[in-house]
Design a protein around this ligand. Sequence first.
Ligand code: NAD
Ligand code: TYD
Length: 354
Amino acid sequence: MILVTGGAGFIGANFVLDWIDTNNEGVINLDKLTYAGNLENLASLKDNKLHHFVQGDIGDSALVERLLSEHQPRAIVNFAAESHVDRSIHSPEDFIQTNIVGTFRLLEAARTYWSGLTGTKKTEFRFLHVSTDEVYGSLTKNEPAFTELHRYEPNSPYSASKAASDHLVRSYHHTYGLPVLTTNCSNNYGPYHFPEKLIPLMIVNALAGKLLPVYGDGQQIRDWLYVKDHCSAIRRVLEAGRLGEVYNIGGWNEKANLDIVNTVCALLDELRPRPDKKHYKEQITYVADRPGHDRRYAIDARKLERELGWKPAETFDTGIRKTVQWYLDNQGWLNNVLSGSYKQWVEKNYAERN
Ligand code: NAD
Ligand code: TYD
Protein backbone atom coordinates (compact mmCIF):
# COMPACT_ATOMS: atom_id res chain seq x y z
CA MET A 1 0.00 0.00 0.00
CA ILE A 2 0.93 3.66 -0.14
CA LEU A 3 0.66 6.50 2.38
CA VAL A 4 -1.09 9.59 1.02
CA THR A 5 -1.09 12.80 3.07
CA GLY A 6 -3.75 15.47 2.58
CA GLY A 7 -5.99 12.95 0.85
CA ALA A 8 -9.22 14.59 2.05
CA GLY A 9 -8.47 17.84 0.21
CA PHE A 10 -9.20 18.75 -3.38
CA ILE A 11 -6.37 17.09 -5.31
CA GLY A 12 -5.57 14.47 -2.67
CA ALA A 13 -9.15 13.17 -2.65
CA ASN A 14 -9.24 12.99 -6.45
CA PHE A 15 -5.92 11.14 -6.31
CA VAL A 16 -7.11 8.61 -3.71
CA LEU A 17 -10.36 7.94 -5.61
CA ASP A 18 -8.51 7.46 -8.91
CA TRP A 19 -5.73 5.40 -7.29
CA ILE A 20 -8.11 2.86 -5.78
CA ASP A 21 -10.03 2.77 -9.05
CA THR A 22 -7.05 2.29 -11.37
CA ASN A 23 -4.39 0.59 -9.19
CA ASN A 24 -6.53 -1.51 -6.89
CA GLU A 25 -3.88 -0.97 -4.18
CA GLY A 26 -4.46 0.14 -0.58
CA VAL A 27 -4.09 3.71 0.69
CA ILE A 28 -3.48 5.00 4.20
CA ASN A 29 -4.86 8.49 4.04
CA LEU A 30 -3.39 10.83 6.70
CA ASP A 31 -5.20 14.16 6.83
CA LYS A 32 -5.56 16.74 9.58
CA LEU A 33 -9.03 17.75 8.33
CA THR A 34 -8.43 21.48 8.35
CA TYR A 35 -11.16 23.70 6.86
CA ALA A 36 -10.03 22.37 3.43
CA GLY A 37 -10.23 18.67 4.31
CA ASN A 38 -13.60 17.03 3.77
CA LEU A 39 -14.43 13.37 4.31
CA GLU A 40 -17.47 13.79 2.07
CA ASN A 41 -15.02 13.88 -0.84
CA LEU A 42 -14.29 10.23 0.00
CA ALA A 43 -17.86 9.14 0.72
CA SER A 44 -17.81 6.63 -2.14
CA LEU A 45 -14.98 4.75 -0.34
CA LYS A 46 -16.93 4.35 2.90
CA ASP A 47 -16.99 0.55 2.84
CA ASN A 48 -13.91 0.06 0.72
CA LYS A 49 -11.27 -1.98 2.55
CA LEU A 50 -8.50 -0.48 0.40
CA HIS A 51 -9.01 2.93 2.04
CA HIS A 52 -7.78 3.47 5.58
CA PHE A 53 -8.36 7.02 6.85
CA VAL A 54 -6.39 8.48 9.78
CA GLN A 55 -7.04 11.97 11.10
CA GLY A 56 -3.72 13.55 12.04
CA ASP A 57 -0.93 16.01 11.30
CA ILE A 58 2.08 15.32 9.08
CA GLY A 59 4.04 17.19 11.75
CA ASP A 60 3.11 14.58 14.40
CA SER A 61 6.30 12.52 14.18
CA ALA A 62 5.18 9.80 16.59
CA LEU A 63 1.97 9.23 14.64
CA VAL A 64 3.70 9.16 11.23
CA GLU A 65 6.42 6.80 12.53
CA ARG A 66 3.76 4.46 13.92
CA LEU A 67 1.79 4.47 10.63
CA LEU A 68 4.93 3.72 8.63
CA SER A 69 6.05 0.87 10.85
CA GLU A 70 2.55 -0.65 11.10
CA HIS A 71 1.59 -0.45 7.42
CA GLN A 72 5.01 -0.63 5.70
CA PRO A 73 3.95 1.46 2.68
CA ARG A 74 5.98 1.24 -0.51
CA ALA A 75 5.59 4.99 -1.13
CA ILE A 76 4.55 8.29 0.44
CA VAL A 77 2.73 10.87 -1.68
CA ASN A 78 2.67 14.22 0.10
CA PHE A 79 -0.27 16.48 -0.77
CA ALA A 80 -0.81 17.87 2.75
CA ALA A 81 -0.43 21.64 2.73
CA GLU A 82 -2.03 24.96 3.34
CA SER A 83 -2.80 25.89 -0.26
CA HIS A 84 -4.59 29.23 -0.62
CA VAL A 85 -2.52 32.33 -1.48
CA ASP A 86 -5.06 34.80 -0.05
CA ARG A 87 -5.13 32.96 3.29
CA SER A 88 -1.31 32.98 3.32
CA ILE A 89 -1.45 36.77 3.04
CA HIS A 90 -3.86 37.05 6.00
CA SER A 91 -2.29 34.33 8.21
CA PRO A 92 1.10 33.02 7.06
CA GLU A 93 1.92 31.09 10.26
CA ASP A 94 -0.08 27.96 9.36
CA PHE A 95 1.77 27.83 6.04
CA ILE A 96 5.13 27.79 7.78
CA GLN A 97 4.01 25.11 10.23
CA THR A 98 2.48 22.67 7.77
CA ASN A 99 4.29 23.33 4.52
CA ILE A 100 7.78 23.72 5.96
CA VAL A 101 7.92 22.18 9.47
CA GLY A 102 5.36 19.51 8.58
CA THR A 103 7.21 18.46 5.42
CA PHE A 104 10.48 18.40 7.36
CA ARG A 105 9.02 16.08 10.03
CA LEU A 106 7.48 13.86 7.36
CA LEU A 107 10.85 13.62 5.63
CA GLU A 108 12.55 12.72 8.89
CA ALA A 109 10.02 9.96 9.61
CA ALA A 110 10.40 8.72 6.02
CA ARG A 111 14.18 8.70 6.32
CA THR A 112 14.11 6.66 9.55
CA TYR A 113 11.64 4.19 8.04
CA TRP A 114 13.48 3.88 4.72
CA SER A 115 16.86 3.42 6.49
CA GLY A 116 15.45 0.36 8.22
CA LEU A 117 14.21 -1.28 5.01
CA THR A 118 16.22 -3.90 3.16
CA GLY A 119 16.34 -5.44 -0.33
CA THR A 120 13.76 -4.45 -2.94
CA LYS A 121 11.56 -2.85 -0.24
CA LYS A 122 14.36 -0.32 0.18
CA THR A 123 15.32 0.15 -3.47
CA GLU A 124 11.70 0.50 -4.61
CA PHE A 125 10.55 2.92 -1.87
CA ARG A 126 9.56 6.41 -3.09
CA PHE A 127 8.77 9.76 -1.45
CA LEU A 128 6.81 11.89 -3.92
CA HIS A 129 6.37 15.54 -3.00
CA VAL A 130 3.52 17.40 -4.70
CA SER A 131 4.37 21.04 -5.34
CA THR A 132 3.34 24.00 -7.42
CA ASP A 133 4.50 26.16 -10.34
CA GLU A 134 4.15 29.18 -8.02
CA VAL A 135 7.62 28.51 -6.58
CA TYR A 136 9.09 29.84 -9.86
CA GLY A 137 7.56 33.30 -9.39
CA SER A 138 5.87 35.40 -12.06
CA LEU A 139 6.44 35.57 -15.83
CA THR A 140 6.05 38.58 -18.08
CA LYS A 141 3.81 38.26 -21.14
CA ASN A 142 6.37 36.95 -23.61
CA GLU A 143 8.77 35.00 -21.38
CA PRO A 144 9.03 31.26 -22.06
CA ALA A 145 7.10 28.91 -19.78
CA PHE A 146 8.75 27.56 -16.60
CA THR A 147 11.06 24.60 -17.13
CA GLU A 148 12.40 22.53 -14.22
CA LEU A 149 15.59 24.63 -14.43
CA HIS A 150 13.87 27.96 -13.83
CA ARG A 151 15.22 29.66 -10.72
CA TYR A 152 13.03 29.76 -7.62
CA GLU A 153 11.49 33.21 -7.10
CA PRO A 154 8.47 32.70 -4.81
CA ASN A 155 6.44 35.84 -4.15
CA SER A 156 3.75 34.93 -1.59
CA PRO A 157 4.03 33.33 1.85
CA TYR A 158 2.30 30.30 0.26
CA SER A 159 4.77 29.91 -2.61
CA ALA A 160 7.73 30.69 -0.34
CA SER A 161 6.66 27.93 2.06
CA LYS A 162 6.24 25.47 -0.84
CA ALA A 163 9.64 26.50 -2.20
CA ALA A 164 11.20 25.80 1.21
CA SER A 165 9.57 22.36 1.27
CA ASP A 166 10.87 21.59 -2.22
CA HIS A 167 14.39 22.49 -1.09
CA LEU A 168 14.11 20.25 1.96
CA VAL A 169 12.97 17.35 -0.22
CA ARG A 170 15.87 17.93 -2.60
CA SER A 171 18.33 18.04 0.28
CA TYR A 172 17.10 14.72 1.70
CA HIS A 173 17.97 13.08 -1.60
CA HIS A 174 21.32 14.79 -1.97
CA THR A 175 22.42 14.31 1.65
CA TYR A 176 20.80 11.06 2.77
CA GLY A 177 19.98 9.39 -0.56
CA LEU A 178 16.24 9.31 0.24
CA PRO A 179 14.54 8.24 -3.03
CA VAL A 180 12.49 11.38 -3.68
CA LEU A 181 10.54 12.74 -6.63
CA THR A 182 9.10 16.26 -6.86
CA THR A 183 6.30 17.46 -9.12
CA ASN A 184 5.49 21.13 -9.76
CA CYS A 185 2.04 21.53 -11.25
CA SER A 186 0.04 24.45 -12.62
CA ASN A 187 -3.44 25.51 -11.38
CA ASN A 188 -5.89 22.62 -11.06
CA TYR A 189 -9.67 22.66 -11.45
CA GLY A 190 -12.35 19.98 -11.26
CA PRO A 191 -14.62 18.11 -8.78
CA TYR A 192 -14.27 18.71 -5.00
CA HIS A 193 -12.44 22.04 -5.48
CA PHE A 194 -13.00 24.14 -2.36
CA PRO A 195 -14.96 27.30 -3.31
CA GLU A 196 -12.37 29.74 -1.99
CA LYS A 197 -10.45 29.28 -5.28
CA LEU A 198 -11.32 31.13 -8.49
CA ILE A 199 -13.34 28.61 -10.54
CA PRO A 200 -15.57 27.07 -7.84
CA LEU A 201 -16.03 30.47 -6.18
CA MET A 202 -17.36 31.89 -9.44
CA ILE A 203 -19.75 28.96 -9.94
CA VAL A 204 -21.05 29.20 -6.37
CA ASN A 205 -21.47 32.98 -6.42
CA ALA A 206 -23.08 32.97 -9.86
CA LEU A 207 -25.69 30.40 -8.82
CA ALA A 208 -26.38 32.30 -5.59
CA GLY A 209 -26.97 35.55 -7.52
CA LYS A 210 -23.91 37.13 -5.90
CA LEU A 211 -21.22 39.32 -7.44
CA LEU A 212 -18.28 37.66 -9.21
CA PRO A 213 -15.19 39.38 -7.73
CA VAL A 214 -12.35 39.73 -10.26
CA TYR A 215 -9.11 40.94 -8.68
CA GLY A 216 -7.47 43.97 -10.35
CA ASP A 217 -7.87 44.07 -14.14
CA GLY A 218 -8.53 40.32 -14.48
CA GLN A 219 -5.69 39.94 -16.99
CA GLN A 220 -3.50 37.74 -14.76
CA ILE A 221 -2.73 34.48 -16.50
CA ARG A 222 -2.83 30.97 -15.01
CA ASP A 223 -2.14 27.66 -16.76
CA TRP A 224 -5.10 25.36 -16.03
CA LEU A 225 -5.03 21.57 -15.74
CA TYR A 226 -7.98 19.27 -15.05
CA VAL A 227 -7.36 17.63 -11.66
CA LYS A 228 -7.61 14.07 -12.96
CA ASP A 229 -4.80 14.81 -15.41
CA HIS A 230 -2.67 15.99 -12.49
CA CYS A 231 -3.45 12.69 -10.73
CA SER A 232 -2.50 10.60 -13.78
CA ALA A 233 0.78 12.53 -14.07
CA ILE A 234 1.61 11.85 -10.40
CA ARG A 235 0.88 8.14 -10.88
CA ARG A 236 3.20 8.09 -13.87
CA VAL A 237 6.03 9.91 -12.05
CA LEU A 238 5.66 7.55 -9.09
CA GLU A 239 5.87 4.61 -11.43
CA ALA A 240 8.77 5.63 -13.63
CA GLY A 241 10.24 8.98 -12.56
CA ARG A 242 14.02 9.17 -12.15
CA LEU A 243 15.11 9.47 -8.52
CA GLY A 244 15.86 12.96 -7.28
CA GLU A 245 14.30 14.51 -10.38
CA VAL A 246 11.74 17.30 -10.66
CA TYR A 247 8.87 17.05 -13.16
CA ASN A 248 6.74 20.03 -14.17
CA ILE A 249 3.10 19.16 -14.84
CA GLY A 250 0.85 21.34 -16.99
CA GLY A 251 -1.69 21.26 -19.78
CA TRP A 252 -0.55 24.11 -22.05
CA ASN A 253 -3.73 26.00 -21.17
CA GLU A 254 -2.87 29.60 -20.40
CA LYS A 255 -5.94 31.73 -19.76
CA ALA A 256 -6.55 35.20 -18.33
CA ASN A 257 -8.75 35.18 -15.22
CA LEU A 258 -11.43 37.27 -16.91
CA ASP A 259 -11.64 34.74 -19.76
CA ILE A 260 -12.08 31.96 -17.19
CA VAL A 261 -14.90 33.82 -15.48
CA ASN A 262 -16.59 34.57 -18.82
CA THR A 263 -16.32 30.89 -19.82
CA VAL A 264 -17.90 29.77 -16.53
CA CYS A 265 -20.70 32.34 -17.02
CA ALA A 266 -21.37 31.18 -20.59
CA LEU A 267 -21.55 27.52 -19.51
CA LEU A 268 -23.98 28.40 -16.72
CA ASP A 269 -26.08 30.42 -19.19
CA GLU A 270 -26.36 27.22 -21.22
CA LEU A 271 -26.71 24.62 -18.45
CA ARG A 272 -28.62 26.54 -15.75
CA PRO A 273 -30.00 29.81 -17.24
CA ARG A 274 -30.81 32.61 -14.81
CA PRO A 275 -34.54 32.78 -14.01
CA ASP A 276 -34.63 36.36 -15.40
CA LYS A 277 -32.86 35.15 -18.62
CA LYS A 278 -30.09 37.72 -18.15
CA HIS A 279 -26.43 36.67 -18.57
CA TYR A 280 -24.39 35.60 -15.55
CA LYS A 281 -21.53 37.82 -16.71
CA GLU A 282 -23.59 40.82 -15.59
CA GLN A 283 -22.63 39.74 -12.05
CA ILE A 284 -18.90 40.38 -12.70
CA THR A 285 -17.39 43.10 -10.55
CA TYR A 286 -13.81 44.35 -10.29
CA VAL A 287 -12.39 44.43 -6.77
CA ALA A 288 -9.09 45.48 -5.18
CA ASP A 289 -6.16 43.40 -6.39
CA ARG A 290 -4.30 40.78 -4.34
CA PRO A 291 -1.11 42.27 -2.80
CA GLY A 292 1.97 41.10 -4.74
CA HIS A 293 -0.30 39.37 -7.29
CA ASP A 294 1.75 37.21 -9.69
CA ARG A 295 0.95 38.24 -13.25
CA ARG A 296 1.51 35.05 -15.19
CA TYR A 297 2.29 31.35 -14.65
CA ALA A 298 2.97 28.92 -17.49
CA ILE A 299 4.37 25.40 -17.32
CA ASP A 300 6.65 23.77 -19.85
CA ALA A 301 5.71 20.09 -19.42
CA ARG A 302 7.95 18.71 -22.16
CA LYS A 303 10.28 16.80 -19.81
CA LEU A 304 7.38 14.75 -18.45
CA GLU A 305 6.12 14.03 -21.96
CA ARG A 306 9.58 13.21 -23.34
CA GLU A 307 10.80 10.99 -20.47
CA LEU A 308 7.59 9.40 -19.25
CA GLY A 309 5.21 9.78 -22.19
CA TRP A 310 2.57 11.63 -20.14
CA LYS A 311 -0.03 13.87 -21.78
CA PRO A 312 -3.24 15.36 -20.39
CA ALA A 313 -6.47 13.64 -21.46
CA GLU A 314 -8.72 16.72 -21.17
CA THR A 315 -8.67 19.97 -23.09
CA PHE A 316 -9.77 23.07 -21.21
CA ASP A 317 -13.12 23.00 -23.03
CA THR A 318 -13.94 19.43 -22.02
CA GLY A 319 -12.59 19.81 -18.47
CA ILE A 320 -14.39 23.04 -17.62
CA ARG A 321 -17.70 21.71 -18.95
CA LYS A 322 -17.36 18.58 -16.76
CA THR A 323 -16.46 20.78 -13.80
CA VAL A 324 -19.43 23.14 -14.10
CA GLN A 325 -21.74 20.16 -14.58
CA TRP A 326 -20.25 18.46 -11.48
CA TYR A 327 -21.06 21.49 -9.31
CA LEU A 328 -24.61 21.59 -10.69
CA ASP A 329 -25.02 17.88 -9.92
CA ASN A 330 -23.52 18.06 -6.42
CA GLN A 331 -25.51 20.76 -4.69
CA GLY A 332 -25.60 18.70 -1.47
CA TRP A 333 -21.79 18.61 -1.26
CA LEU A 334 -21.68 22.35 -1.88
CA ASN A 335 -24.31 23.24 0.71
CA ASN A 336 -22.34 21.37 3.39
CA VAL A 337 -19.11 23.10 2.40
CA LEU A 338 -20.66 26.57 2.46
CA SER A 339 -21.01 26.47 6.24
CA GLY A 340 -20.03 28.80 9.08
CA SER A 341 -16.26 28.95 8.72
CA TYR A 342 -16.53 29.43 4.95
CA LYS A 343 -18.79 32.44 5.44
CA GLN A 344 -16.28 33.99 7.84
CA TRP A 345 -13.50 33.62 5.27
CA VAL A 346 -15.58 35.23 2.50
CA GLU A 347 -16.39 38.10 4.84
CA LYS A 348 -12.70 38.58 5.77
CA ASN A 349 -11.30 38.35 2.22
CA TYR A 350 -13.89 40.31 0.25
CA ALA A 351 -15.20 42.97 2.66
CA GLU A 352 -11.96 44.91 2.47
CA ARG A 353 -11.76 44.67 -1.35
CA ASN A 354 -15.08 46.35 -2.12
P1 NAD B 1 -6.37 21.66 -0.30
O1 NAD B 1 -6.17 22.88 0.52
O2 NAD B 1 -7.66 21.45 -1.00
O3 NAD B 1 -6.14 20.34 0.60
C1 NAD B 1 -5.07 20.23 1.50
C2 NAD B 1 -5.37 19.03 2.41
O4 NAD B 1 -4.28 18.90 3.32
C3 NAD B 1 -6.63 19.19 3.25
O5 NAD B 1 -7.38 17.99 3.22
C4 NAD B 1 -6.10 19.46 4.65
O6 NAD B 1 -6.98 19.00 5.68
C5 NAD B 1 -4.79 18.71 4.63
N1 NAD B 1 -3.80 19.22 5.58
C6 NAD B 1 -3.47 20.53 5.80
N2 NAD B 1 -2.53 20.61 6.75
C7 NAD B 1 -2.24 19.33 7.13
C8 NAD B 1 -1.34 18.77 8.05
N3 NAD B 1 -0.53 19.53 8.81
N4 NAD B 1 -1.29 17.42 8.18
C9 NAD B 1 -2.11 16.62 7.44
N5 NAD B 1 -3.01 17.12 6.56
C10 NAD B 1 -3.06 18.46 6.39
O7 NAD B 1 -5.15 21.64 -1.32
P2 NAD B 1 -5.06 21.08 -2.82
O8 NAD B 1 -5.50 22.13 -3.75
O9 NAD B 1 -5.70 19.75 -2.85
O10 NAD B 1 -3.49 20.94 -2.96
C11 NAD B 1 -2.82 19.73 -2.61
C12 NAD B 1 -1.34 19.88 -2.85
O11 NAD B 1 -1.12 20.20 -4.23
C13 NAD B 1 -0.70 21.03 -2.06
O12 NAD B 1 0.57 20.60 -1.64
C14 NAD B 1 -0.57 22.16 -3.07
O13 NAD B 1 0.52 22.98 -2.77
C15 NAD B 1 -0.35 21.38 -4.36
N6 NAD B 1 -0.79 22.05 -5.60
C16 NAD B 1 -2.07 22.56 -5.68
C17 NAD B 1 -2.49 23.14 -6.89
C18 NAD B 1 -3.89 23.67 -7.06
O14 NAD B 1 -4.20 24.27 -8.10
N7 NAD B 1 -4.80 23.48 -6.11
C19 NAD B 1 -1.60 23.22 -7.98
C20 NAD B 1 -0.30 22.69 -7.84
C21 NAD B 1 0.08 22.09 -6.64
P1 TYD C 1 -6.68 31.06 -7.01
O1 TYD C 1 -7.77 30.12 -7.45
O2 TYD C 1 -6.70 31.58 -5.61
O3 TYD C 1 -5.30 30.31 -7.34
P2 TYD C 1 -3.77 30.91 -7.32
O4 TYD C 1 -3.75 32.19 -6.61
O5 TYD C 1 -3.06 29.84 -6.58
O6 TYD C 1 -3.38 31.02 -8.76
O7 TYD C 1 -6.68 32.29 -7.99
C1 TYD C 1 -6.53 32.13 -9.38
C2 TYD C 1 -6.47 33.51 -9.99
O8 TYD C 1 -7.75 34.13 -9.83
C3 TYD C 1 -5.48 34.42 -9.31
O9 TYD C 1 -4.86 35.24 -10.31
C4 TYD C 1 -6.33 35.28 -8.38
C5 TYD C 1 -7.65 35.37 -9.12
N1 TYD C 1 -8.86 35.49 -8.26
C6 TYD C 1 -9.81 36.49 -8.53
O10 TYD C 1 -9.66 37.30 -9.47
N2 TYD C 1 -10.91 36.57 -7.73
C7 TYD C 1 -11.12 35.72 -6.69
O11 TYD C 1 -12.14 35.86 -5.96
C8 TYD C 1 -10.15 34.67 -6.45
C9 TYD C 1 -10.32 33.70 -5.32
C10 TYD C 1 -9.04 34.60 -7.27
